[in-house]
Design a protein around this ligand. Structure first.
Ligand code: GTP
Ligand code: SPV
Ligand code: MN
Length: 608
């Protein structure tokens, strides 16, 4: 489609679109009153037209093609830089179905709040209709959705992050169930009014209606607030669908690992936002004979396959990765993924027309344009890239992408890992005694806050299953659902092992005890040797730990003392953890499953 065509098509619907979609689009258009409607087909020509248009409007800066072909930089409004959890709502009929960890609002009340905000909110703008599939096109595990948005940046991002366009639309028949997602930046334009590069609104609502499978997002164009296929659909709405249909929608990466004996494993791992999923998903092993391939870096949909085993797909088609800290040393795979065809948001611009951020290279450029568009030098005393700056890139560009990443049946999961960012207490790795204990580990994850959402960075907070901001129903019911899934897997005799890891434990001097990144392959090795029945473990109050000398530290520069500290279990501290867990569980009242309470009692018993 050419630019001329893009701006001249008014309210013309492509042939063969089911009535359920056209009537909904018409209804939303009547409410939001866009000047034009464009149905996205997902073609390269469309991407080219969008990016041309956004370069002309100042939303995107084209990067120097010599260094970064077909790539662009976007700078957001400085007030629109991360997910807004305080403005994220679960509007279930019954407040108990949202639970104490979600902001709840009565659906009728939310609709009456949103209606006036959306009324005419797309005036002077184009409404893009974005049909998409979460999961491989046509897989029985995939689910369909349509997002309307008045942001071409969001439409483009959806094109990278999902299977978007005509093919997805053609999968929607008259009887197909699909998720409705409405997004407006909330910045209508009067006739003749000049636009800004990043339109948004100080009033923000990210509202979910789980019963009617709808998402209404107003006021933000950033990440999970606006790319509604991701957290809003694939986690919040999908977790509700999954509970009803007997599967799991989780904030997890998926990797394939081959050991030196040629055995293949698949692992799913949940870490809170900005706690290392993308890095683990793209890990380059530092130990001989072990290879890691990427299947997904943020979301896993998992369920019991016809073979009785837990199978997982990555519902996404791209990565929306944290830029700072991604560098040639820490994550060369990511660096090679973003060679081109990438949208960068809120990173710094080099004088040579390429991008830069903290941690990309040891050498720091002498001059940059920072994420706010201001001159920057190393003496400026502030980061050049925003801490939550991101790259948006297709997964198929990843050199470590696995040959089975689009397997419509999903991959068999052999082990599940829970992690978090904990300076103290939590050891480098510990294994759950059984599924119930693993569910307890997931339910009790705490992690230090990061820049991925608003709030004070570093503050410890509860983040069960790394799903605190993403579960679309009562968190305690989520634990019950996990127990049920485990019981189902047990009937077929194949229950994945569960582990907890912590790359972020700190020594008394405040520095990380563990080198992390590629060296995490050593922890994966121990985990998979456990799964393969090759190594024994020793019991401790909090779970099974590696035997003395079992963790492979060959060639690693970590002192004996630091290693001991990485696995130290301070019983007093853990009694404190148990007390705080009891308080946390109490916030859910009766809904906490008995099996989870039992694990807490067992922990206390073992602590003595
Ligand atoms: P979201 O996209 O927000 O869900 O984040 P994520 O969980 O994918 O986190 P990501 O892999 O992008 O890492 C976030 C930050 O943690 C980056 O700054 C990384 O450099 C840092 N990080 C990742 N892995 C490690 C590790 O093993 N050790 C240390 N010290 N830092 C790490
Ligand atoms: C996260 O915060 O976990 C992300 C980024 O993956 S966002 O898509 O904005 O949610
Ligand atoms: Mn994430």
């Amino acid at each position: 489609m050419s630019i001329a065509e893009l701006t001249s098509i008014d309210f013309i619907t492509p042939d063969g679109v089911p009535e359920s979609v056209t009537s909904w689009v018409t209804e939303i258009a009547a409410l939001t009153m866009p000047d034009h409607i464009v149905w996205c087909d997902g073609s390269q020509a469309e991407v080219d037209a969008f990016t041309h248009m956004m370069v002309a409007s100042g939303t995107l800066t084209r990067l120097n093609a010599e260094y970064r072909p077909y790539s662009f930089l976007a700078r957001s409004d400085p007030k629109d830089v991360a997910r807004v959890e305080s403005r994220t709502f679960i509007c279930s009929e019954d407040p108990d179905d949202a639970g104490p960890t979600n902001n709840w609002c009565d659906p009728a009340e939310m609709r009456s709040t949103l209606d006036p905000l959306f009324l005419g909110s797309m005036r002077g703008r184009t409404m893009y209709v974005v049909p998409f599939s979460m999961g491989p096109l046509g897989s029985p595990l995939s689910r369909l959705g349509v997002q309307v948005t008045d942001s071409p940046y969001v439409a483009c991002s959806m094109g990278i992050m999902t299977r978007m366009g005509s093919q997805a639309l053609s999968l929607i028949g008259e009887d197909t169930k699909w998720v409705r997602a409405i997004h407006s930046v909330g910045a209508p334009l009067q006739a003749g009014q000049a636009d800004v590069p990043w339109p948004s609104n100080d009033t923000k609502y990210i509202s979910h209606f789980p019963e009617t499978r709808e998402i209404w997002s107003f006021g933000s164009a950033y990440g999970g607030n606006a790319i509604l296929a991701k957290k809003a659909f694939a986690l919040r709405i999908a977790s509700v669908m999954a509970r009803e249909e007997g599967w799991l929608a989780e904030h997890m990466l998926i990797i394939k690992i081959t050991n030196p004996r040629g055995r293949v494993f698949h692992v799913a791992a949940a870490f809170p936002s900005a706690c290392g999923k993308t890095n683990l998903a793209m890990l380059q092993s530092t130990i001989p004979g072990w290879t890691v391939e990427t299947i997904g870096d943020d979301i896993a949909w998992m369920g019991r396959g016809t073979d009785g085993r837990l199978r997982a797909i990555n519902p996404e088609a791209g990565f929306f990765g944290v830029a700072p800290g991604t560098g040639w040393k820490s994550n060369p795979t990511a660096m090679n993924t973003i060679w081109g065809n990438t949208i960068f948001t809120n990173v710094a611009l080099r004088d040579d027309g390429d991008i830069w951020w903290e941690g990309m290279s040891d050498a720091v450029p002498r001059h940059l344009i920072d994420w706010e568009g201001k001159d920057w030098t190393p003496e400026s005393g502030r980061p050049a890239a925003h801490p939550n700056s991101r790259f948006t890139v297709a997964a198929k560009q990843c050199p470590s992408i696995s040959d089975d990443w689009e397997d419509p049946k999903g991959v068999v999961i052999d082990a599940i890992i829970f992690g978090g960012r904990r300076a103290t207490n939590v050891p480098l790795v510990v294994e759950a005694r059984d599924w119930e204990h693993g569910v307890y580990m997931g339910a009790t994850i705490s992690s230090e806050r990061t820049a991925a959402a608003e709030g004070t960075v570093g503050e410890l907070r509860r983040d069960p299953f790394a799903m605190m901001p993403f579960v679309g129903y009562n968190m305690a019911d989520h634990w019950a659902h996990w127990l049920k899934i485990g019981a189902g897997l047990r009937t077929s005799g194949s229950v994945p092992r569960i582990f907890q890891v912590n790359w972020f434990r700190k020594g008394s001097d405040g520095s990380f005890l563990w080198p992390g990144f590629g060296e995490n392959s050593r922890v994966l090795e121990w985990i998979l040797e456990r799964v393969d029945g090759q190594v024994a473990a020793k019991d401790s109050p909090i779970g099974l730990l590696p035997l003395e000398g079992a963790l492979n530290v060959d060639g690693l520069d970590v002192s004996e003392d630091d290693l001991a500290e990485l696995f130290a279990i301070d019983k007093d501290q853990w009694r404190g953890e148990a007390d705080s867990t009891e308080e946390f569980f109490a916030t859910f009242g009766e809904r906490v499953p008995a099996a989870v309470h039992k694990q807490l009692a067992l922990l206390r018993e073992k602590l003595g």
